[in-house]
Design a protein around this ligand. Structure first.
Ligand code: ADP
Ligand code: ASP
Ligand code: MG
Length: 452
């Protein structure tokens, strides 16, 4: 059987009407055997707030009420099936209990357990919506198969074990019914709940598709595909019909929120094509991400990633010496910091770090301990409130005139850092957060809306 994995993001499962629309998309394709859902829109943000330290009891009660109200509205429209109602009651009291416990003791494992509850609710509710429409469907706890390491907040899936567990526990269920399961969450070898980082449901879908050797992954969201830039930023952004894995991966890495950055990896490993479309307007079609595409333009898209931190390290040790970078990167690796961009000079090295994708609870990865460790062998300066704007395309590093066109647009802005050349697919500039939207709009206008 050719299996399709379909993932529905937060807005697609925001309420009963949205879920019902998604159910129709699923029913239209008998090959869609696995449905991966995110938490209903807003729920993960409310759960993140519940994990925060200084939370007074009044606010906690408000947050619990808001979550309950989102989920019970869906349940009510379903006619309150007893089994799902009991499940939901269980999850909601668990949320209250976990947030209580976090107010006494900060524990990363408890935070992940709490954050995972949004997906639990939507999977139970969504399976019930499918059943209401006469489909054979059950909710399946993805923690049985999504084995990860124990890096709470940003856990790494253990690919081989996920494949083995899926073959044993998930594949046999698919012939008889459609399975609805949770995105974003997993479990470590001890059975503790983990999360894959914010936006991780796309990644979950791709991982399950890889494990089950699916023929396609569908990412159903609130836009009709991948656009030449975020359509919320530039109203003239154009949908892209077909895009290569390389280009899509660069876009996701550099902030096109429509895809979680790791989504493409499993798809590339198994050569699974990925579709991105709007669950509200499926008839508008969307974007196919494929291994090979017919058109590979120089300029494909402009992406922006906010909340960037620039780390500037200065050390005379760097002068005609070896090992400084190795030492620096070893320190960063020990603190599980992944570096994005890097530029060096004689005695300085500048690195950018991504705060947004840091971990599911939004914890800042640049800890005091790390800064102290780095300060032992260099002078450290940290700059915040920066945004990374990336021009994504093909043959960027080998096409004359690209820089002129880009820098023409950047003329009125202060560019804090530039990276180009490592990949043929991007040119990145770091600018002040406050100027990012204008930079994106101007670049989009010049590269996509004018004559090429
Ligand atoms: P979901 O909840 O379905 O996962 P997300 O909010 O994570 O949805 O991603 C969809 C959003 O991504 C869109 O609403 C859009 O604002 C944003 N986005 C950013 N860059 C792009 C792009 N290049 N093309 C399409 N959408 C983009
Ligand atoms: N619910 C999670 C989040 O909001 C995961 C996802 O939506 O992909 O980040
Ligand atoms: Mg998303």
């Amino acid at each position: 059987m050719s299996i399709v994995v379909a993932k529905f993001g937060g807005t697609s499962v925001a309420d009963y009407t949205a879920m019902s629309r998604c159910a129709d998309i699923i029913i239209a394709n008998p090959n869609t055997r696995i449905v991966v859902v995110s938490a209903s829109s807003g729920v993960t943000n409310l759960l993140v707030e519940l994990t925060q330290a200084q939370l007074d009891d009044e606010r906690r009660q408000q947050l619990l009420k808001q979550i309950a109200s989102i989920q019970y509205q869906i349940l009510d429209q379903l006619g309150r099936p007893a089994e799902v109602a009991a499940q939901l009651d269980g999850v909601l009291s668990r949320i209250a209990m976990l947030s209580e416990s976090l107010s006494r003791e900060r524990c990363k494992a408890t935070m992940d357990e709490l954050l995972a509850q949004g997906e639990q609710c939507s999977a139970a509710l969504f399976a019930a919506v499918l059943r209401e429409k006469g489909e054979a469907a059950s909710a399946f706890d993805v923690r049985q198969v999504m084995r990860t390491d124990s890096h709470f907040g940003r856990a790494e899936p253990q690919i081989e074990q996920v494949a083995a567990l899926c073959a044993a526990h998930l594949a046999p269920l698919l012939a008889e019914q459609r399975i609805v399961t949770q995105g974003f969450i997993g479990a470590d070898a001890q059975g503790a709940t983990t999360t894959l980082g914010r936006g991780g449901s796309d990644y979950s879908a791709a991982l399950l598709a890889e494990a089950l050797k699916a023929s396609a992954v569908e990412i159903w969201t609130d836009v009709a595909g991948i656009y030449t830039t975020d359509p919320r930023l530039a109203p003239n952004a154009q949908p892209i019909a077909e895009i290569s894995f390389n280009e899509a991966a660069e876009m996701a890495t550099f902030g096109a929120k429509v895809l979680h950055p790791a989504t493409i990896l499993p798809a590339v490993r198994q050569k699974i094509q990925v579709f991105v479309g709007s669950s509200k307007e499926p008839e508008r079609g969307g974007t196919w991400i494929r291994h090979q595409v017919s058109d590979e333009p120089i300029y494909r898209a402009v992406a922006v990633r906010r909340d960037q931190t620039l780390l500037n390290l200065h050390s005379l040790q760097m002068l005609h010496a070896q090992g400084f970078l190795a030492e620096t990167f070893a320190t960063l690796a020990r603190h599980k910091i992944s570096v994005d961009l890097i530029t060096t000079s004689e005695v300085n090295v500048s690195l950018t770090l991504d705060k947004t994708g840091s971990d599911s609870a939004g914890n800042n990865l640049l800890s005091e301990a790390l800064l102290q460790e780095l300060s032992q062998h260099c002078r450290v300066r940290v700059e915040d409130n920066l945004a990374l704007v990336a021009i994504v395309g093909n043959k960027i590093a080998s096409t004359p005139g690209v820089c002129r066109r880009v820098f023409e647009v950047l003329e009125p802005h202060n560019v804090r850092m530039i990276c180009q050349g490592a990949s043929p697919h991007n040119l990145c500039v770091l600018v002040a957060e406050s100027e990012a939207a204008q930079v994106v709009r101007s670049l989009h206008e010049n590269l996509f809306e004018g004559a090429r």
